[in-house]
Ligand binder design. Sequence first.
Ligand code: A2P
Length: 331
Amino acid sequence: MKKINLAVVGATGMVGRTFLKVLEERQLPIENFYVMASSRSAGSTLTFNGKEYVVEELTEHSFDKPIDIALFSAGGGTSEKFAPIAAAHGCIVIDNSSQWRMDPEVPLVVPEVNPEDIAWHKNIIANPNCSTIQAMVALKPLDDKYKIKRVVYSTYQAVSGAGLAGWKDLENGLKGEAPKKFPHPIANNCLPHIDVFLDNGYTKEEMKMVNETRKILHNDQMRVTATTVRVPVFDCHSESINIEFEKPFEMDELLETLKNAPGVVLQNNSAENEYPLAVDAAGHDEVFIGRVRRDESVESGVNIWVVADNIRKGAATNAVQIAEEIIKNMQ
Ligand code: A2P
């Protein structure tokens, strides 16, 4: 297998560190490895595959050296400025920020769902929002089979989705300290507010779910709505998803479809109190689905409960899987 030169931008962050872990676990064929962040952490070291790497400051010249793939998770502003510079140097950027996701020139990819979209990239590929990724893995097999008419998302999202600062707000909040990242205490609380508010009254996180769902499932007309909530959980996003179909379904067949879907683990045994839980999904790469039940208020619809590790499948693992697809096609 061809060995590649790979850079991680934002390597010191929550997702950045998980990139390193996932790259090690999945043993990507890496020749030269670079870790980059801001001037704040330049000069510090990170361990990868048993070797210490010095963190470089990200600058306009970082991509003068040959780098095949760069995994970015350093915020939208950093991606806006530096992804085009990397791309112009022939590096393929897999970007975890929301900066490029809705750009019509940029594929938005969940490898289990729309790997074919990777083919039309122009050196930037976007990693979807964490809450969208896990929903897509659940929705795609159902859309293929029963054609989704409408989706209602209600999310219960972990603080790790807000980076190290979000994590610290919960950790310190549980000791009685005031929040620094969130506008209100997150300890013993639920905040119906993720990312900024938009003119239509929704948050940006909610509209990300709406717009990204349509782009990934290739259906501009799909009716989608969302309420996204930050909850006092460190790891893993949980989602209640209500789905209405065009076609009728048999429950046995629907369960079988989910069970056989790529990247899915079905945990649907309510009689034994078995259903997906954040504490169980943490550290895993699969999307866990349970509480599957017919929505009796519509002709053809279902309610499901979907849990995944937001930093792994919701960010780092998904990006590394995209990198694997690219490397496969390089051979
Ligand atoms: P640094 O550690 O130097 O601040 P998180 O979302 O977990 O807080 O992580 C954000 C990541 O993005 C960190 O690695 C951070 O580096 C990096 N980062 C933030 N701003 C920049 C920037 N202007 N240039 C490069 N990396 C940045």
